[in-house]
Write a protein that binds this ligand. Structure first.
Ligand code: GAR
Length: 184
């Protein structure tokens, strides 16, 4: 598959995918990285000579995806809401740092998720990779993994533990999709 990875932040999930491609963990190729802003994670695009686009314009984004023959969009810490136009044209998956439907929806992204999880004294958190539909964090779940966070002393620590699992989970989903091992 030809992948487009969308990011808004530090891009550690993107980095995990770049490494997985380099190590031939999967066959897919990251063709383009898209960001809505000059995100820190774009440094990984530059360091690895991967084309990137900074844009909030749907038409411009779709044109770039077409030019790069993209089959699958991977949202890896991408914060803007995905437009119906993009959803109509592409298969899109998203990684979310909780066990959806818990801690999903409006306002639950990045550290806000882990702050809420920690404040609620949860012993278990997790990672969800799901298809993207028009409702936030609501599409069919492809893979979910849970982890013990009972030893974590802060939301930051929870975030660190969850991120490690994210990096493993996202590449596993790409491999599953390549092999046609997903139901949807
Ligand atoms: C990740 O934890 C990802 O799950 C989360 O943003 C972080 C991005 O980290 N995404 C969401 O909260 C989407 N609702 P990264 O830029 O280091 O990959």
């Amino acid at each position: 598959m030809n992948l487009a990875v969308f990011i808004s932040g530090t891009g550690t999930n993107l980095k995990a995918l770049i490494d997985a491609e380099k190590n031939k963990y999967f066959n897919s190729k990251i063709k383009i990285i898209v960001s809505n802003k000059n995100a820190k994670g774009l440094d990984f695009a530059k360091a690895n000579n991967i084309d990137y686009l900074i844009s909030k314009d749907d038409d411009e984004i779709i044109l770039a995806l077409k030019n790069h023959d993209v089959d699958l969009i991977v949202l890896a810490g991408y914060l803007p809401k995905i437009s119906p136009k993009l959803i109509a044209n592409y298969k899109i998956i998203n990684i979310h740092p909780s066990l959806l439907p818990k801690y999903g929806g409006k306002g639950f992204y990045g550290m806000h998720v882990h702050d809420a999880v920690f404040a609620n004294k949860e012993k278990i958190s997790g990672v969800t990779v799901h298809y993207v539909n028009e409702n936030l964090d609501d599409g069919d779940i492809i893979l979910q993994k849970q982890l013990d966070i009972s030893f974590c002393k802060s939301a930051e620590e929870v975030s660190k533990e969850v991120l490690k699992v994210e990096h493993e989970t996202l590449k596993e989903v790409i491999k599953k999709l390549e092999e046609g091992r997903c139901e949807h």
